[in-house]
Design a protein. Structure first.
Length: 201
């Protein structure tokens, strides 16, 4: 293969990479629009975010390239409008929206590529952490980071603070196609939160 042919092949490959980036950008923009629509139904304020792995202090060249995929796993935490990060009143709540970019490519947030792209999905897992009694601990360090997630459409008691009850629901991003679809799904979600936690969002 001549040098000019080799350069042409590299150029063509990089064009495909740029096309892929633009497609991912479109997905992420749509995802952020969906976040905005979901938050309108929850009466919350932004609290904290975890974007794996870019916020870590690790040298990126020492990480497997697959872990650097954009928004492969992302958690964004929100408190109810009057909530305090270090104090919980009865009825306060924290919402965790977890994005899983490819359910066939991850296990607990780490790439494993266990299923084909056609057999997987892109998910939003939404969890509500509900304070049933007053307490004086940090929502992130003492509650969220010490609590396992419940299975889809189920509840559990926080491992970090027994006065916190958690409900979780998993949405396929493909079903959140427009504001009306989001409103319909969130209406059902809020009904389930009220039934399972006794909390009116």
């Amino acid at each position: 293969m001549s040098d000019s042919t080799s350069i042409s092949c590299v150029f063509a490959a990089l064009v495909e990479v740029r096309k892929a980036y633009r497609l991912v950008w479109l997905y992420q923009q749509t995802l952020m629009d969906t976040y905005t629509q979901i938050l309108r139904h929850l009466n919350v304020k932004h609290y904290y975010g975890e974007l794996d792995p870019l916020q870590r202090g690790t040298n990126p060249v020492q990480k497997p390239p697959s872990t650097l995929l954009p928004l492969l796993g992302m958690n964004t935490l929100y408190l109810n409008d009057t909530g305090d990060p270090n104090q919980q009143k009865p009825g306060d709540y924290l919402v965790d929206i977890r994005h899983i970019g490819d359910t066939g490519y991850t296990d607990k947030g780490y790439p494993i590529e266990s299923r084909s792209a056609y057999d997987a999905s892109s998910d939003l897992w939404v969890y509500v952490f509900h304070a049933t009694e007053a307490s004086s601990v940090n929502w992130y360090g003492a509650i969220w980071s010490k609590t396992s997630y419940p299975e889809h459409d189920s509840t559990l008691i926080s491992g970090g603070q027994p006065t916190i009850h958690v409900y979780g629901y998993r949405f396929d991003v493909a079903t959140l196609t427009d504001p009306q679809a989001v409103a319909s799904h969130m209406g059902h979600f809020k009904e389930q939160v009220k039934a399972r936690l006794g909390l009116q969002l």
